[in-house]
Ligand binder design. Structure first.
Ligand SMILES: Nc1ncnc2c1ncn2[C@@H]1O[C@H](COP(=O)(O)OP(=O)(O)OP(=O)(O)O)[C@@H](O)[C@H]1O
Ligand SMILES: [Mg+2]
Length: 240
């Protein structure tokens, strides 16, 4: 489904990712873990076309998407819920969700029923339903984070990239986000997940890759990494 090989990317003169190879199979949840600055967000950006890879290949369902513009990557079915809250501040919650479906309407993928999917997003995120008319910029941080996730889901993605979906959320909302991730997993949504709560991410993931200074240092079944004392000591800080 998603096959990344020898991916290099960076900013200006600086190369951050030095030839990463990994894969996410259909229906799997894969987590990327690593310390601050390891290159997790940069990986997500390179996959979604926010930055252009310098080398390597990114194949989605067998088709090369590396180097495509982000809207063309989205059209091919890759949805990115980016780090931080990137919602359209001056549009309503409802319009933000509708826009999330836009790339699928202009591409060759099945168009489906946008209104039904919006209702489904409201069912997953009842808070958003209560605030459907509200301008996204006036939502709380946690609500904006949920909107970013809901909007990404509106693509009916082949793969969903979640970069720190629980960032800045109160503990109760963190739990809610993980509950939603589990529910999506039960529905066979393929996901690549980056989370500050690495133990929780390993708890939901099937497979994990540990990123260190732009290289993959370890990989394995998530349950195995979760119990590996060296991994725990180095990357998980014993928390969660
Ligand atoms: N827009 C940018 N311009 C220049 N350098 C950047 C930019 N964004 C990130 N970097 C650098 O790239 C490296 C990797 O950053 P990245 O954001 O990918 O890390 P991360 O693993 O997501 O970290 P965190 O856990 O803190 O989110 C860092 O050294 C960072 O300073
Ligand atoms: Mg990051």
């Amino acid at each position: 489904m998603l096959e990344v090989s020898n991916l290099s990317a960076g900013y200006g003169q600086i190369e951050v990712l030095h030839g990463l190879s990994f894969e996410v199979r259909k229906g799997q949840v894969v987590t990327l873990i690593g310390s601050n600055g390891a290159g997790k967000t940069t990986t997500m950006r390179a996959l979604s076309g926010m930055i252009r890879p310098r080398a390597g290949s990114i194949r989605l369902n067998g088709r090369e998407v590396g180097g495509l513009d982000s809207h063309d990557v989205a059209r091919s079915g890759l949805a990115h819920s980016p780090e931080g809250r990137r919602v359209f501040a001056t549009l309503s919650v409802e319009d933000n969700l509708t826009l999330g479906a836009f790339p699928r309407l202009t591409g060759s993928r099945p168009k489906g029923d946008v209104a039904a999917d919006r209702d489904r997003a409201f069912e997953l995120f009842p808070r958003l339903k209560e605030r459907r008319e509200q301008l996204a910029g006036t939502l709380s941080g946690g609500e904006q984070q949920m909107l970013a996730m809901g909007r990404a889901l509106m693509l009916r993605p082949e793969i969903l990239l979640l970069d720190e979906p629980s960032m800045g959320l109160a503990p109760k909302l963190v739990e809610e986000v993980f509950r939603i991730i589990r529910r999506l997993k039960d529905e066979q949504v393929t996901m690549l997940l980056v989370e500050q709560f690495a133990m929780a991410a390993l708890g939901v993931a099937d497979h994990a890759y540990v990123l260190e200074n732009g290289h993959i240092r370890f990989q394995g079944p998530a349950a195995q990494l979760r119990n590996d004392p060296a991994v725990r000591a180095a990357y998980l800080g014993g928390s969660h």
